[in-house]
Design a protein around this ligand. Structure first.
Ligand code: PMP
Length: 359
C-alpha cells in the first residue's frame, strides 16, 4: 500500500487553531485568568478526588454539577448542559443541530471557532458583517437571516476579539427573526454589564454558553456549559459521547461554585484593570484601544501590527496577533493580567513603538 489517506474533501482547506504557545514571562494572549484558583478550592478538590471511586465511570448526567449550576444561575436543572470547555458545548450544538444541508450564521470579526467547528461538522457558514464599531446591526442581521434561514446563529457577546457587548434588543430581534437556534456565546459574560441569560426560557430558541476557563480560573480543567430550553438539552445529551465529563472535572465544577464571592471580587479587580489599561493605551500615540466588556482589550496600531507583535515577544510579552486577519488589520489583543503584567505590557509597548519605523 502506498500513499496516505486524505481528510474529507471539505476539510482539506481547513487550518488548525493558531495561537502561539511561547514561553515568555508575560503571557497575555489567551484571555485566561491571571490568578490561580483559591488554594482552599484546590485542597477541597484534591480531597474529594482522593475519595472518588476511580474504577467507576462518572455520572453520565453530571447531576450534582448541573444542579449546583442551576441553583447558582436561577434556572431549572433541565436547562443545563455541561461539557469539556465551552468549545465542546459549541461542537455538540453543531453536531446536533448543524451538519450537511444546514447553515450557521456568524458575524465577523468574531470567535474563529464558531465557523471552524461549523465547517468540521459539514455545516455551511454564512457571514454577516459587523458595523464600524463592531456591533451587529439588527436590520442587516434580519436581512441575512431571512435570506439564508440558518439552523444556528452565533452571537458572541462580549465579542472575541473586539470586546463588543451586544444590546439586549439586538439579541431579542435575532431570536424573533430566526427559525433556528440562537447561540449567544458568553465566555466573557461575567465581565460585562449585560447578559442574555435571563432571556433563556423553555420556549424561546435561545442558548447561552458560558465557561469556567476565564473568571473561574479553571482553563486547565476544561469545563463549560450552556443554559438552554430542556428540549435542546435532551437532544445534546443524545449526541455527546457517554461519560465525556471526567470525575475531576465534575467535582471541580461543583466545588468552585463555593467561591462565588471571591470570584465576583476578582471580576471587579479585572474590570478596573481593564479600564485602567484602556485609558493608558489611549494615551499612547499611534494606538487606538476599543471599549471592551470582556477581560481583554483590542488595540489598533497606526504602524505594522505584526512587526510590533514581534517586538513585544522580544521583550518577553506575548499578546494575540490579529494584524493579518480580515477586518482587523494592525490589531493586537491583550488579555487583562495582574497590575504588574499590565504595566510590563504597557512599558514594552511604549518601547517597541519607538522602534517601529513609521509606515
Ligand atoms: N468562546 C469564546 C468566545 C472564547 O473566547 C473561548 C476561549 N478562547 C471559548 C468559547 C472556549 O473556551 P473554553 O473551551 O475554554 O471554555
Amino acid at each position: 500500500m502506498t500513499g496516505r489517506l486524505s481528510p474529507r474533501d471539505d476539510l482539506q482547506a481547513l487550518e488548525g487553531y493558531h495561537s502561539a504557545q511561547i514561553d515568555v514571562p508575560v503571557r497575555l494572549n489567551t484571555n485566561e485568568s491571571p490568578y490561580p484558583p483559591p488554594s482552599e478550592f484546590v485542597e477541597s478538590w484534591l480531597r474529594a478526588l482522593a475519595a472518588a471511586p476511580l474504577n467507576r465511570y462518572p455520572d453520565r448526567d453530571a447531576r450534582e454539577l448541573r444542579a449546583s449550576l442551576a441553583a447558582q444561575l436561577g434556572h431549572p436543572v433541565e436547562r443545563l448542559f455541561c461539557a469539556n470547555g465551552s468549545n465542546e458545548v459549541l461542537q455538540t450544538l453543531l453536531l446536533t443541530f448543524g451538519g450537511a444541508g444546514r447553515t450557521a450564521a456568524v458575524f465577523e470579526p468574531t470567535y474563529a471557532l464558531h465557523s471552524h467547528i461549523a465547517r468540521i461538522t459539514g455545516t455551511r457558514v454564512v457571514v454577516g458583517e459587523r458595523t464600524a464599531d463592531f456591533t451587529v446591526d439588527p436590520g442587516a442581521a434580519r436581512a441575512l437571516l431571512e435570506e439564508h434561514r440558518p439552523a444556528l446563529v452565533f452571537l458572541c457577546s462580549p465579542n472575541n476579539p473586539t470586546g463588543t457587548v451586544e444590546p439586549s434588543a439586538t439579541v431579542e430581534t435575532i431570536v424573533d427573526v430566526t427559525d433556528g437556534l440562537v447561540v449567544v456565546d458568553e465566555a466573557y459574560g461575567e465581565f460585562a454589564d449585560r447578559s442574555a441569560m435571563d432571556l433563556v426560557g423553555d420556549d424561546a430558541p435561545l442558548v447561552v454558553v458560558r465557561t469556567y476557563s476565564k473568571v473561574w480560573s479553571m482553563a486547565a480543567l476544561r469545563l463549560g456549559f450552556c443554559v438552554a430550553p430542556p428540549w435542546v438539552v435532551e437532544e445534546l445529551e443524545k449526541v455527546v459521547l457517554p461519560y465525556h465529563l471526567a470525575v475531576p472535572t465534575q467535582l471541580a465544577g461543583v466545588l468552585a461554585l463555593r467561591y462565588g464571592a471571591e470570584m465576583d471580587e476578582r471580576v471587579g479587580v479585572l474590570v478596573e484593570e481593564r479600564e485602567r489599561l484602556r485609558a493608558q493605551l489611549d494615551a499612547v500615540d499611534g494606538v487606538t484601544a476599543l471599549p471592551s466588556g470582556a477581560n481583554f482589550v483590542l488595540l489598533r496600531v497606526h504602524d505594522d501590527g505584526h512587526a510590533l507583535w514581534e517586538r513585544l515577544v522580544e521583550r518577553g510579552v506575548l499578546v494575540r496577533d490579529f494584524s493579518r486577519w480580515p477586518r482587523l488589520q494592525d490589531c493586537l489583543r491583550v488579555t487583562v493580567g495582574t497590575p504588574e503584567e499590565n504595566d510590563a505590557f504597557l512599558a514594552a509597548l511604549r518601547a517597541a513603538l519607538q522602534e517601529v519605523p513609521a509606515a
